[in-house]
Design a binder for this molecule. Structure first.
Ligand SMILES: CC(C)(COP(=O)(O)OP(=O)(O)OC[C@H]1O[C@@H](n2cnc3c(N)ncnc32)[C@H](O)[C@@H]1OP(=O)(O)O)[C@@H](O)C(=O)NCCC(=O)NCCS
Length: 294
């Protein structure tokens, strides 16, 4: 078994492996999120008898913290070929990824997953967040504009509004123009709704989960305008948050809701120690957006 950085020409084999590991995820997801600007250097493969049997990808992101930005490695697309599971391949890939991140001066690693034991065993710490579902049925939704393809002016306004809105929140991702285009390119193509208040300066991005149910992927602007930005047929809005986020606080004051504890985030110290991560990231004001997950 060899664990190493992927080669450009291995993209096809990597995609085939990922399709077989994540049968419910549309292929477009991998076609978009594997050949990102850091492919192949941030992609790690396990090779056995000349075939790719395991894969892990590292996405470089800059997280806001209580003391400025830190470089983090977002782990994505963890996958071992079905017939090769249980032999420690994914653990070896994650261990290689950890050494790689250490050499490349990443401060910490973050991943979003539901498989608790596996990542904890490999050194990631589990962080509790909450899943909210707001009942917004019967609210009249007016004065907004659905954006199908943001032009340069709108993109600049969206970036500015988002930066301003998130700047005091630890754990949010700093997005450059590449990241905005990269993420929006995927979400808008797959049918997510980017909605802008007609009075400007407030944006929401929703993903349709099922009839009348929308996941809030991202938000920037004035939380009290969110009721105007709901999709026309929205009955329920769901998202992950901490209770004291301004959007959650506004919705909780105005709509019936359910709140459930939910584990979705795993964090591993790479260059900084665990206590520093807690001090820097998990302050009273931390939050993340589903839009920034990998
Ligand atoms: C999760 C996965 C990558 C593990 O690969 P692997 O090479 O078998 O992992 P390892 O041999 O290093 O570790 C096996 C451990 O993972 C656990 N594990 C393996 N598959 C698992 C799964 N589908 N769900 C939960 N845990 C799993 C095993 O219980 C084992 O734990 P143990 O050592 O305490 O018994 C592999 O099962 C896979 O590709 N699954 C489908 C894709 C996926 O779910 N990826 C994770 C996305 S968050």
């Amino acid at each position: 078994m060899i664990i190493r950085i992927a080669k450009k020409e291995e993209l096809g084999s990597i995609l085939e492996l990922l399709y077989s590991c994540f049968t419910k995820t549309p292929k477009e997801y991998f076609l978009h999120f594997v050949p990102d600007r850091e492919f192949p250097e941030n992609s790690i493969v396990a090779v056995y008898s000349g075939k790719i049997v395991g894969y892990v990808q590292i996405y470089t992101r800059y997280l806001r913290t209580s003391k400025g930005l830190i470089k983090v490695g977002g782990i994505g697309n963890v996958c071992t070929k079905k017939t090769m599971r249980g032999k420690g391949i994914a653990s070896k890939l994650l261990s290689y990824a950890t050494s790689y991140m250490k050499n490349m001066d990443y401060e910490a690693s973050v991943l979003f997953a539901s498989k608790h034991k596996f990542y904890v065993k490999n050194g990631w710490k589990l962080v509790m967040t909450y899943h909210y579902e707001f009942d917004v049925d019967g609210i009249s939704k007016t004065s907004h504009e659905v954006i199908n393809k943001p032009d340069d002016t709108l993109l600049k306004d969206l970036m500015k509004t988002s930066e301003e809105f998130n700047k005091d929140f630890a754990f949010t991702v700093v997005r450059d123009e590449y990241l905005w285009n990269f993420q929006l390119g995927y979400f808008l193509k797959k049918g997510s709704l980017l909605i802008k208040s007609s009075t400007g300066e407030t944006y929401a991005l929703f993903d349709k989960a099922s009839d009348g149910v929308y996941n809030l992927l991202d938000f920037a602007g004035d939380p009290s305008k969110i009721s105007d930005l709901l999709p026309e047929d929205a009955k329920k809005i769901s998202f992950f948050s901490k209770p004291y986020h301004p959007v959650t606080e506004y919705l909780a004051k105005n709509f019936p809701y359910t709140e459930k504890e939910h584990v979705l985030i795993f964090v591993k110290p790479i260059k900084i120690d665990e206590k520093s991560i807690d001090d820097l990231i998990f302050t009273q004001r931390w939050h993340y957006w589903a839009f920034d997950m990998f």
